[in-house]
Design a protein around this ligand. Structure first.
Ligand SMILES: C[S@@+](CC[C@H](N)C(=O)[O-])C[C@H]1O[C@@H](n2cnc3c(N)ncnc32)[C@H](O)[C@@H]1O
Length: 307
C-alpha cells in the first residue's frame, strides 16, 4: 500500500472550529486519507467515536491504515464506510445512531486521486477518463462525452465549469467522436488546447486568464461534478440530512474549493431557523499554508452550530 501524499487543508482551523472534547461522536463525511480524522480521533478520547465516510474505496484503504497506526492507546473506536455523505442517515441507522455531535465535510478530491493516472482526474492521466469517485455507480466521463448530445455536453461545461467556450468545445468533442474520440484525460487536454488555440500558458484567450490555472481546469471540474452529481448531493445533504442528524448545539464544518460549492453552502447556512453562524466570513488558508500546499489556495471554511 503506497503512502498518501495528500496534505489536509486548514487543519488547525478545522480542529479549532470543531471545538472537540472527550466523548463526542464525530462524522468525517469525506474521510479521504484520514488526514483530518487522524487528528480528530485522539481529541475525542476517552469515550469518543469517529465515523468516516468516502465514496472511494481506495481512499478508505488509506484512511484505515492511517487511523489504525495513529490511534492512541488503548485503540480509539472508529468505523469507515463506503458511502456518500448524502447517505449519512442510512449509515447512522445501521450503526444504531440517532444523532451526532460534530460533522466535517472537506469537498473535492484528494491529491492521491489526482495523482492516480488510471482515474482520469489529472491532466496528464494516460488511463481512461473515468473521474468517478465510486466506479460502481453511474457512467464515466469518457462514456458521457461519447454518448451525450453536443447541447448536453455544452450545458455541463457551462453550468458546472463556467466555461466561456462551452459550445465550441462540445462541438469539437462530438465532431471528433468517429476518428479521434476522447478516451483519456490527455485526449481531452489536447481538444481544449486545439479549440482554444493555446500554445502556452501565456497565450490564453480572454476569459481564460486565471493565473496559475490550466485552461482545461474548467472542463475537468465540470465533468467531475457531473459524473459524481456533486452539487445535487451537497444540496440534499445540507438541506435535509444534516439538520436532521446534528444534535442541538452540534457543530458542522464545511470546506469548499470553488464558487459553485461555496454558494450552496453559504445559502444553506443562511437559514437562521436551523443554524447559528460561527464564521461570519469564510476562513481561508494563510500565505504560509498556500506556499507549502498550493492546493489549499481556493479553500474556504464555513462553520455553523445547530439551533
Ligand atoms: C479533499 S478529499 C478529503 C481529504 C481528507 N479530509 C484528508 O485529510 O485526508 C475529498 C474526499 O471526498 C471524497 N468524496 C467526494 N464526494 C464524496 C461524497 N459525496 N461522499 C463521500 N465522500 C466523497 C473523495 O473521494 C475524497 O477522498
Amino acid at each position: 500500500m503506497p503512502t498518501s501524499i495528500h496534505i489536509p487543508v486548514l487543519l488547525h482551523e478545522v480542529l479549532d472550529q470543531l471545538d472537540l472534547r472527550p466523548g463526542l461522536t464525530v462524522v468525517d463525511g469525506t474521510v479521504g486519507a484520514g488526514g483530518h480524522s487522524s487528528k480528530i480521533l485522539p481529541r475525542i478520547q476517552p469515550g469518543g467515536r469517529l465515523i468516516g465516510l468516502d465514496r472511494d474505496p481506495m481512499m478508505l484503504a488509506f484512511a484505515q491504515e492511517k487511523l489504525a497506526t495513529s490511534s492512541p492507546l488503548p485503540p480509539a473506536p472508529f468505523s469507515l464506510h463506503q458511502s456518500s455523505y448524502a447517505d449519512l442517515a442510512e449509515v447512522m441507522k445501521a450503526q444504531g445512531l440517532l444523532h451526532i455531535d460534530r460533522l466535517l465535510v472537506d469537498l473535492g478530491l484528494s491529491s492521491d486521486q489526482l495523482a492516480d493516472r488510471e482515474r482520469g482526474f489529472g491532466f496528464d492521466a494516460g488511463g481512461p477518463l473515468d473521474m468517478r469517485f465510486d466506479t460502481r455507480a453511474g457512467v464515466s466521463a469518457a462514456e458521457f462525452l461519447h454518448t451525450a448530445s453536443s447541447e448536453e455536453i455544452a450545458r455541463v461545461f457551462r453550468d458546472w465549469g463556467e466555461e466561456p467556450a462551452a459550445d465550441k468545445l462540445a462541438q469539437a468533442i462530438v465532431g471528433g467522436r468517429r476518428l479521434d474520440p476522447v478516451k483519456t484525460a490527455a485526449d481531452l487536454v489536447r481538444v481544449v488546447e486545439r479549440v482554444l488555440k493555446i500554445r502556452s500558458g501565456t497565450d490564453l484567450p480572454v476569459g481564460h486568464r486565471t493565473p496559475g490555472s490550466h485552461p482545461a481546469t474548467r472542463v475537468f471540474q465540470a465533468l467531475r461534478i457531473h459524473v459524481n452529481h456533486e452539487l445535487d448531493q451537497l444540496t440534499h445533504f445540507l438541506e435535509t440530512t444534516l439538520p436532521a442528524v446534528l444534535s442541538p448545539g452540534g457543530r458542522a464544518v464545511v470546506i469548499t474549493f470553488h464558487s459553485l460549492e461555496d454558494r450552496i453552502v453559504k445559502q444553506a447556512f443562511r437559514n437562521s431557523t436551523i443554524w447559528d453562524m460561527v464564521t461570519r466570513k469564510p476562513i481561508g488558508p494563510s500565505p504560509t499554508e498556500v506556499r507549502l500546499n498550493p492546493r489549499s489556495r481556493s479553500a474556504k471554511l464555513r462553520c455553523v452550530t445547530r439551533k
